[in-house]
Design a protein around this ligand. Sequence first.
Ligand code: ADP
Length: 338
Amino acid sequence: MKKKIEKALKNVILIDNKNIIESGWVKKIDLLNNEIRIHLSLSNPAMHIKNKLIKDITHSIRNQNILDTIRIKTEIKSETKIKPVIKNIIAVASGKGGVGKSTIATNIAVSLVHMGFHVGLLDADIYGPSIPLMFNIENKSVSLQHKNGIINPITSYGVKILSIGFFSKYGEAIVWRGPMVTKVLRQFMHETNWGELDFLIVDLPPGTGDIHLSLLQEIPLKGVVIVSTSQKIALSDVNRSVGMFRIKSIYVPILGIIENMSYFPSPSKETKERYFFFGKNGVRDFSKKMNIFFLGEIPMLQKIREYSDLGIPVVLKNDKIRNIFIKITEHIINQLHE
Ligand code: ADP
């Protein structure tokens, strides 16, 4: 009987192509009188993943010709060392690099602080972690912050920050493989002193790939915000990202899309002319076509680039830009409750 069950569990495959025995999630199998009880322990407490696992396990065991009268029960525990209370985890994603994803993640995080929330920011962009630069904390290393195996995030402008960039020296390349990413993220999620957070913003790597699957499996997201320019090639990559978030086994609600670098305002004070560098309304039209909420547009402004290079979130320095970000952030919060 036990052999049959183990065989059945080996047929439950996760999105990284490992089965749940290989992944080490199965801790114990109890064979009781009229009941098979499977004990699992996993780091990701996301409800939809739990439900899917329970369904797949039951289905796979039933396929082994187990008597209908025997009940199958799956108990899932989360293996956290500490219990941070994080109410909403929201990812910021893009199809392509360089469209302003990290700049926007930064300024949304600081806008949330401005609105009175407790906020964290997790920089998971393994290809180019730029959050430390944008918060002027690139010299900080988390190895200094380790205490009893628990990581303390670094606070800057009221945001608690952890970056995958803290694990490499400036300019040093690290090739992150799936299992390494999984390990680091697990620490970031479960062995970090986040305290109580209303929002944790996660800066995802651009694009779609294996790494994204590992990431999405580790982090229980409430939703994702997509950033793009209106350029055709940027949108074609966003199309792939949308496809990924909408795959059934991954499914993350898309809270909306932001059009960045929408236009470049004329430098002359006399005219209100706008130049549509990357094309006009591309993201807006895309959002309609894909049935995605349009969260707003951000113009291309020298101040945004300058302050981000100085390591100061621009919303702290410019009222007009702050208003744009606050509006977008309010839309995101509303979409969470849709
Ligand atoms: P990504 O995270 O998508 O790779 P970044 O946020 O690092 O992109 O932005 C790339 C560059 O573009 C940065 O130098 C940033 O300051 C600049 N940038 C982003 N958005 C704007 C904008 N709306 N106006 C001007 N510069 C911007």
